[in-house]
Ligand binder design. Structure first.
Ligand code: PLP
Length: 407
């Protein structure tokens, strides 16, 4: 019996830890396990390793290592940035976009429920954000502007340079959610000059549960975790040394990949997949226009169910993801596709493919070869076929749409 192939194409959700990352982490766990706060050899080795990892991450992000504090991931980094900016201007206005990750949206709504005004800037039907529209939403009392560098579902890249520049000119603190962009796009924080940047290691072949917050010197700051004063009192709690070291190695590898043209290989592979899908499944529609992350493809198939597509792909050993909510039995499309006003005929049948440095041509060819049959099966089982779904966008009937936690 031949084993079915296992193909991982859900790299925007998370990535495989690189072998180099695993071995660095293992070494820290088993050999150099000192607490950096102690006063002996083990502590010094661990402390030096953390210092080195901070330099490696700073090198990837284009900032100084002193400006980085390690967190448990982007969610914590984002929450810290919100708490910092909002404590400097309690009740202040928040500007963000309608298609942010729930880590940003939930924080924004939390402050809204305690009296802050919240502006959610929309995107167009290609998922693109207008810098002018975002900037026009800023006001005298804006306490924080928060925007993602690239969208996790569509890969669409946002005009963050213009937004940061406008915020700086108005002295408005600005948070960039670079969770998806780090390691896939060159980032130069020094040149951009935002106040806060959030990143998560598991998005670029590091381990889960470790990330970082870039904090511009002079930006409002309020620690989320207080206690033993680690991370120069900016994030207390014994450092997760193995994960920090692993993140450093992942950052170094990511930098090498950016410099070696790996992203161009992924772009070519993604474009081949996209062209192949559109050629064989003419009713498919690509969600996302303009500059996109080179590894990301979000595509909708007319009258299909995203859940059924994923299930059939899973049976064939292919892991992808859908933009549909999985938290309810009643399949609800994602807030990102809703915000893009994807037509009702397509919105339920979406699939997101996230390629990685470990994705091969053969894997993409295999997906292309099975997809027509998978879509046919997904349509056959679909509650949407025969429902005469509109080719236009239809407002959700559920006004209280839960913003499910996609990644
Ligand atoms: N922001 C974006 C754009 C993401 O894709 C993710 C990933 O899920 C996050 C924030 C949150 O990252 P984490 O779950 O690692 O904290």
């Amino acid at each position: 019996m031949s084993a079915k192939p296992l193909i991982y194409l859900d790299n925007n959700a998370t990535t495989m830890a690189a072998p180099e990352v695993v071995s660095a982490m293992t070494e820290m766990l088993s050999t150099h396990y000192g607490n950096p706060s102690s006063l002996h050899h083990f502590a010094r080795v661990a402390g030096a390793a953390v210092k080195h990892a901070r330099t490696q991450l700073a090198d990837l992000l284009g900032c100084r290592s002193a400006e980085l504090l390690f967190t448990s991931g982007s969610t914590e980094a984002i929450t810290t940035a919100f708490a910092s900016a909002m404590s400097a201007k309690p009740g202040g206005h928040i500007v963000t976009t309608a298609v942010e990750h729930p880590a940003v949206l939930r924080n924004a709504e939390k402050y809204e429920s305690s009296g802050s005004r919240l502006t959610l800037v929309p995107v167009d039907d290609g998922g693109q954000l207008s810098a002018e529209q975002f900037i026009a939403a800023l006001s005298e009392d804006t306490a924080l502007a928060a925007v993602m560098v690239a969208n996790n579902e569509t890969g669409v890249v946002f005009p963050v340079e213009a937004i940061v520049e406008a915020c700086r000119a108005r002295k408005i603190p600005v948070l960039l959610d670079a969770s998806q962009a780090a390691g896939k796009l060159p980032l130069d924080i020094k040149a951009l000059k935002p106040d806060y940047v959030a990143v998560s290691a598991h998005k670029f072949h590091g381990p889960k549960g470790i990330g970082a917050l870039y904090l511009r010197r002079g930006a409002p700051f309020e620690p989320l975790l207080i206690g033993g004063g680690q991370e120069r009192s900016r994030r207390s709690g014994t450092e997760n040394v193995p994960a920090i070291v692993a993140m450093g190695v992942a950052a170094q590898l990511a930098k090498q990949r950016l410099e070696s043209g790996e992203m161009e290989r992924l772009r070519i592979l993604r474009d081949k997949l996209e062209a192949g899908i559109l050629a064989t499944l003419p009713n498919a529609r690509v969600n996302g226009r303009g500059e996109r992350l080179p590894n990301t493809l979000n595509v909708s198939f007319v009258h299909a169910s995203g859940e059924a597509i994923l299930q059939h792909l899973d049976e064939l050993g292919i892991a992808a993801s859908s933009s549909s909510a999985c938290s309810s039995n009643e399949q609800e499309p994602s807030h990102v596709l809703r915000a893009m006003r994807v037509p009702e005929s397509h919105i339920h049948g979406s699939m997101r493919v996230g390629l990685s440095a470990y994705t091969t041509d053969d894997e993409v060819d295999y997906l292309l070869s099975v997809l027509p049959r998978v879509i046919e099966q997904a349509r056959a089982a679909s509650p949407f076929v025969g429902n005469d779904l509109a080719d236009d966008y239809v407002e959700s009937s559920r006004k209280d749409d839960p913003l499910y936690c996609d990644c």
